[in-house]
Design a protein around this ligand. Structure first.
Ligand code: G4P
Length: 528
């Protein structure tokens, strides 16, 4: 086997996603402890930006610093090299999370057993479904009085639109939580609690009729027998292919803070999670085993400090081998670039990397060459697909408050948009700039950064738009639509036509009035 295929076979690149507070940071930390990447609990800082700190830019900057350091956390476990890609915890940065999901091969979705499926969980899952990303579900906080597991699984199937298959089963919950029975390995794991301990008591009980079960679980033994019988009767057997195709999500139960049920999931993860998969480009499918290197940029992180105007572009390697100091081809700009100090990230530390393989993420120091979605190759003209724009939720018009600094403003806005901080829509041949974001926080960040990094002054004026819709369809009808709606038409960053719908009611009405036109709330249709 060649070294490249060997490296690919070892790798698993994934992200942990959740609604804020479900336990993503805690689970990440436990994974890193198992992987030996950190030694003590509490070493992983939460990348949550709290709303109260919204106008405290030092705080935002501090948090941004943390999120660079934790962008990729690589660790080894059971012969696998695992790249865990971090996603922002704050809802306002959801677009960042969506983009990170384009760079992973699978995800672990954390659900709080008390709260069940929450709004952000649904949105994230929608993105996973679009991309057919394999999902493992971790139902967390079993030490609290949560919902009945069967009810919770019904809710998961219903709201997340995915078939579920429990691979472990909780025995009681809350105050009387006993542990889980691992249906995958036929092992009983008894709950003891303890935040830093890495071992739980495990007992192999292949047959649930075994009287040993009564010794360990007393009155809960029969309860478990009944539950498991029901599980086996109700849910289809676990099917690895259905999981790999994104149709079936195996479910594990546990308590991240107590480090319980985490190892079971990690063990199953390394067995079933996909290795780096093939990627679609505009030209062709690209296989990871191809000799020639290719990769794409899914995230750009700028330094707010005007004295250090460097940026880090995060590139996912898709095929071949990335080598330090070698020239690679930037397909959008049509020019060759080389990187003297590409970085990898191990937990909180950064180091220079000589070689990187499919599934890896390298940090490239950039002085303005990169935009989100850019492709690098060894010369072939490729463009990776699948970094869609999603309709923003808040829209504001950007006004220039210092006409002497128009150039700086233009440049600043352009660069911030390239980084993916927000989306820009142009109206009236470019004269009117509408900025769209997922949250209010971005507007403060943009205003602050325009002023401090580019010396430009801008203000925002709220626009009552509900959604940005990319439109396609019959050309004659499109012409008619454009004419009627010209005040609400705009152009996105790729020159695509967008309708800024003023309300959900009007959007519904237009959908009925113009059945020949399709209104898309993501730009993914380009690649469908
Ligand atoms: P997030 O990244 O998804 O936003 O969640 P995070 O891990 O920060 O966890 C949110 C809160 O839930 C934390 O409490 C964390 O300790 C708690 N938590 C995580 N796993 C479990 C669990 O299995 N059981 C229980 N009972 N709680 C859990 P916090 O009070 O916000 O923070 P901290 O002071 O405890 O760190």
């Amino acid at each position: 086997m060649s070294q490249l295929t060997d490296e690919i076979r070892r790798r698993k690149t994934f992200a942990i996603i959740s609604h804020p507070d479900a336990g993503k940071t805690t689970l990440t930390e436990k994974f890193l402890l198992f992987g030996g990447a950190i030694q003590t609990a509490g070493a992983v800082k939460s990348n949550k930006i709290t709303k109260t700190a919204a106008s405290d830019f030092m705080e935002i900057e501090r948090q941004r610093g943390i999120s660079v350091a934790t962008s990729v956390m690589a660790f080894e476990y059971a012969d696998s090299l695992i790249n865990l890609l971090d996603t922002p915890g704050h809802r306002d940065f959801a677009e960042d999370t969506y983009r990170t999901l384009t760079a992973v091969d699978s995800v672990i979705l954390v659900i709080d057993c008390v709260k069940g499926v929450e709004p952000q969980t649904e949105r994230l899952m929608e993105v996973c479904r679009m991309r057919k990303t394999p999902v493992i579900v971790f139902v967390n906080k079993l030490d609290l009085e949560g919902q009945d597991p069967f009810t919770l699984l019904d809710e998961l199937e219903d709201k997340l639109e995915i078939k579920v298959r429990p691979l472990s089963w909780p025995i009681s919950g809350g105050q009387t939580f006993q542990g889980v029975y691992n249906l995958f390995n036929k092992e009983l794991c008894l709950f003891q609690g303890g935040k830093t301990k890495l071992s739980d008591e495990r007992v192999i009980i292949k047959d649930l009729k075994d009287p040993m079960l009564d010794e360990y679980l007393d009155m809960h033994a029969d309860e478990l027998r009944e539950d498991v019988e029901m599980v086996e009767g109700v849910y289809d057997a676990f099917d690895k292919e259905a999981y790999a195709a994104g149709h079936m999500a195996p479910v594990f139960f546990g308590s991240a803070v107590n480090n319980f049920g985490v190892r079971e999931m990690l063990d199953a993860f390394v067995q079933i999670a996909p290795t780096p998969r093939q990627r679609t480009s505009t030209q062709r499918e690209v296989l990871p085993e191809e000799d020639k290197f290719s990769g794409f940029v899914f995230k750009i992180h700028a330094n707010i400090d005007p004295k250090h105007r460097d940026r880090i572009a995060f590139m996912r390697v898709c095929s071949g081998t990335f080598k330090r100091g070698e020239f690679f081809f930037h397909t959008r700009l049509g020019k060759k670039l080389k990187f003297a100090n590409p970085a990898t990230f191990m937990a909180a530390s950064k180091s220079v990397v000589e070689r990187a393989y499919p599934g890896d993420v390298v940090g490239l120091y950039d002085t303005g060459n990169f935009k989100i979605g850019d492709t690098m190759t060894e010369g072939e003209d490729l463009q990776f697909q699948g970094i869609p724009s999603f309709s923003p939720e808040i829209f504001k018009e950007l006004r220039n408050d210092d006409p002497m600094k128009s150039k700086q403003l233009e440049k600043g806005v352009q660069q911030l948009m390239d980084e993916g901080v927000a989306q820009l829509f142009l109206q009236n041949p470019g004269n009117r700039k509408i900025i769209g974001t997922v949250g209010e926080l971005q507007f403060e960040v943009i205003q602050y950064r325009l002023e401090h990094e580019y010396g430009a002054k801008a203000s925002f004026h709220a626009k009552r738009y509900h959604k940005a819709c990319w439109i396609t369809g019959d050309e004659l009808k499109l012409q008619e639509f454009r004419r009627i709606k010209h005040a609400e038409m705009a152009i996105d960053k790729d020159g695509l036509e967008v309708y800024l719908a003023p309300s959900s009611f009007i959007l519904e009405m237009e959908t009925r009035n113009f059945p020949e036109i399709t209104f898309h709330t993501t730009s993914e249709f380009k690649t469908a």
